[in-house]
Design a binder for this molecule. Structure first.
Ligand SMILES: C[S@@+](CC[C@H](N)C(=O)[O-])C[C@H]1O[C@@H](n2cnc3c(N)ncnc32)[C@H](O)[C@@H]1O
Length: 225
């Protein structure tokens, strides 16, 4: 009989099938052009960086040399294992750790920047996750984001909402297609900097996840928490 103490604690996120799918799909998507958006997302970063939901670690090789350390949080076990391997190929030190965005296991004001790429669609509690990101950034620290979200046109937005209520989150590891990420970032008290909207993929038919935004927001210098 197994004793209670031999039980392995459940991960905060447990999507083994999606993890295996994403490990292949994301590499193919990078080859088809997403890699350019990753580079743009990380361009010019320096100092200590926390990456939220790092997945299989496809951002790691694109961090600039001025980054002194990346703490890469990944709650899903299969993806975290792949991230460990990816970290070994990065040019900057990357420490892969378990944990969820809603309760970041790090000290307050410890980071110069936070990176969220294709992750705020999947976190369970977006306001809490953004409040945590703000907590761990120093005043003036940057949130770099590359996220998909709600479509501007009504027909696709209607499809997105229907998908979010039914199959999409179940099939795609908790992902939602219709979130208003920019609105959520502003509502969390960040100052929006420059950002641009883009479609991914850039050519061909639009998918429910095509409507992306890539940019930067800052934790205000005078931030009454
Ligand atoms: C679509 S993948 C994106 C992975 C990676 N950021 C990238 O750019 O390829 C979504 C990621 O969010 C992670 N995730 C899901 N819920 C999370 C949470 N509550 N906190 C942190 N990460 C989460 C998943 O495990 C997965 O790695």
């Amino acid at each position: 009989m197994r004793s209670c103490s031999s039980k392995v604690p459940r991960d905060a996120v447990h999507h083994p099938l999606f993890a295996r799918f994403y490990a292949r799909f994301s590499v193919a998507a990078d080859v088809r052009g997403v890699v350019a958006h990753r580079r743009e997302l990380l361009d010019g970063l320096s100092g200590r960086v926390i990456e939220i939901g790092a997945g299989n670690g496809l951002n790691f090789t694109h961090y600039p040399a001025a980054v002194s350390e990346v703490v890469a949080l990944e709650p899903e076990r299969t993806l975290r294992q792949l991230a460990f391997t990816a970290a070994r190929h990065a040019e900057v030190p990357v420490d892969v750790v378990p944990g969820a965005a809603e309760a970041l296991p790090v000290k307050s004001e410890a980071f110069d920047a936070a990176v969220a790429s294709l992750v705020l669609c999947s976190v369970r509690d977006v306001p809490r996750a953004l409040s945590e990101i703000k907590r761990v950034l120093r005043p003036g620290g940057e949130l770099r984001f590359f996220e998909h979200g709600a479509a501007p046109g009504r027909p696709m937005a209607t499809v997105q909402r229907a998908l979010d209520r039914t199959v999409w989150p179940r099939v795609f590891g908790g992902c939602h297609t219709a979130r208003d990420t920019l609105g959520a970032i502003e509502a969390a008290g960040f100052e929006l900097g420059t950002y641009r909207r883009l479609c991914v993929p850039g050519k061909g038919p639009r998918l429910p996840t095509s409507f992306c935004v890539l940019g930067v927001a800052r934790r205000p210098h005078e931030d009454a928490r």
